[in-house]
Design a protein around this ligand. Structure first.
Ligand SMILES: Cc1cc2nc3c(=O)[nH]c(=O)nc-3n(C[C@H](O)[C@H](O)[C@H](O)COP(=O)(O)OP(=O)(O)OC[C@H]3O[C@@H](n4cnc5c(N)ncnc54)[C@H](O)[C@@H]3O)c2cc1C
Length: 454
């Protein structure tokens, strides 16, 4: 058994962990990131849009590291920027999932983060108000890790749950969670024809970074035209099935429509069942689209490497983001960033997507307290599992909020470590000043505290 020691331990290398790791290491913290899979990026590697940087009124509120990643992706041809869309959101940010993985792997290395792949945390030891050490399984067996500050970026809140932090699951007493889905990647498609056949409204159009004619990069719609064939073949249990498309290429497209209901992504047996069912669903959907839908005739379909869990545990932190906080676009003194994607709930009983817009000026703040468990001081919980109600989680679970939370968590953990302290007792004003310096947008109320922001 090997023993590891660091200032900041980031557990999980999805979008949240990637941002947390880069931010912590840039602050000078000795940063270790543990990730079970042989790649970072989590759900972003499946090629989804980074929702969302721009409010429904067309104002960008997400900047900082989240914007830097998009800029870097544009430079390598893996993104096309923030593209106007006249649907449930005013702009979309499509990226190539593999480029996201390549770029963030490189950014972590450049920042000096030590990433251990194949590493799953299985146990934590606590003492008083602290996480004293963690045990993780990796090549060679079980290993020990001590860190001054720990960031739970596992999506599922595994570390918090192991430490006994209270949490809730799903939509209330029945604990029904949003469905688990697997994205399908198609090669050799005609995206213009697909957009014309399936798009509900005009697709978001953008030119690739190297130039050329605009191509459809995002659209959503439904399979209503094929209801009869779908029901006859038993492809989906419901008619008028929703579907979401995105791409940054003229001849490739990602399709988000598969789903399994009533499974808990924190249960290994249920998650494995989801993987088997979704892999089979992807094959059936791929075959159906090829046979029925213009634009897919010559396509080649690859299921994403991982099933995507939309919802599992959300911790009960020092503050729980409420339905009203999100729906009224509330602002908080201890904000660590503004975010703006609408509440996006794929109904637990049907998988059909329901959106609720953010009120006020179209953006809400994420209070630092939502990332802090009440009973621990050196644990920060960021990303999908942050403290939020079922409805509020519908707005925080998307990737721009996760990047914002990750950057704040990494910055806080590193600042606290540098002072020999704990993130849970860090002065939030100092954290905000550091975030502002790094071009994080905290809202108009903070304009007087920064000269650098646009
Ligand atoms: C089907 C689907 C479609 C979606 N569409 C969009 C979209 O279009 N746009 C958008 O912005 N968002 C979308 N989302 C939401 C978004 O992708 C996720 O909520 C977000 O990526 C979560 O990021 P995360 O870093 O918190 O978690 P994850 O990406 O889940 O990362 C968590 C990481 O922690 C690791 N981990 C887990 N447990 C442990 C452990 N015990 N020890 C060590 N490591 C561990 C995992 O391997 C994983 O890499 C979608 C989600 C799904 C499921």
């Amino acid at each position: 058994m090997a023993e590891f020691d660091c200032d900041v331990a980031v557990i999980g290398g999805g979008v949240t962990g990637v941002a947390a790791g880069i931010a912590a290491a840039r602050q000078g913290a000795r940063t270790l990131l543990l990730e079970p899979r042989p790649f970072v990026g989590g759900n972003a590697t499946t090629g989804l849009c980074l929702h969302n940087y721009v409010t429904r009124y067309g104002r960008q509120v997400v900047f900082g590291l989240a914007q830097e990643i998009v800029d870097e992706l544009i430079a390598m041809g893996g993104a096309v920027g923030h593209v106007p869309y006249e649907g449930f959101t005013s702009a979309v940010t499509p990226v190539d999932g593999n480029y996201f993985r390549i770029k963030t792997t490189e950014m972590l290395a450049r920042a000096g983060v030590q990433v251990l792949y194949g590493a799953t945390v299985v146990d934590v030891q606590t003492r008083g108000r602290g996480i004293e050490s963690l045990r993780f399984a990796a090549k060679g067996g079980l290993h020990a890790l001590r860190a001054r500050n720990v960031i739970d970026a596992t999506g599922d809140g595994d570390i918090a749950a192991m430490a006994g932090v209270p949490f809730r699951k799903g939509d209330g007493p029945r604990e029904r969670m949003q469905p688990i889905s697997m994205i399908l990647h198609f090669h050799n498609v005609d995206t213009r024809r697909i957009a014309a056949e399936l798009g509900e409204i005009a697709p978001a159009m953008a030119s690739r970074p190297e130039g050329g004619e605009p191509i459809p990069v995002y659209f959503n719609g439904s399979f209503s035209k094929w209801n009869d064939a779908i029901m006859a073949e038993g492809l989906f249990p419901n008619r008028d099935r929703h579907v979401f498309f995105n791409t940054v290429w003229p001849d490739q497209i990602n399709v988000n429509t598969s789903a399994v209901l009533d499974l808990d992504g924190t249960d290994p047996v249920q998650l494995s069942r989801a993987t088997v069912e979704l892999t089979a669903q992807c094959a059936r959907i791929g075959d159906f689209l090829k046979r029925h839908v213009p634009g897919f005739e010559h396509s080649y379909c690859i299921p994403a490497a991982i099933p995507g869990v939309r919802e599992s545990r959300n911790i009960n932190g020092r503050y729980q983001l409420s339905d009203e906080d999100v729906l009224e676009g509330r602002k908080f003194e201890d904000t660590i960033g503004q975010v703006c994607f609408p509440v996006d709930i794929h109904a637990p009983e049907s998988s059909q997507a329901i959106f609720h817009q953010i009120g006020g000026d179209g953006a809400f703040d994420i209070p630092y307290r939502t990332m802090l468990p009440a009973d621990y001081d050196n644990l920060v919980v960021a990303g999908r599992c942050v403290s939020a109600t079922h409805v509020a989680h519908g707005a925080t679970r998307n990737m721009a909020p996760c990047l914002v939370m990750g950057e704040a968590a990494g910055t806080a953990a590193a600042m606290a470590s540098a002072a020999g302290g704990q993130a849970g007792t860090l002065a939030v004003q100092a954290l905000q000043d550091e975030l502002l310096k790094n071009r994080v947008y905290l809202g108009e109320a903070f304009a007087h505290r920064t000269e650098t922001h646009v």
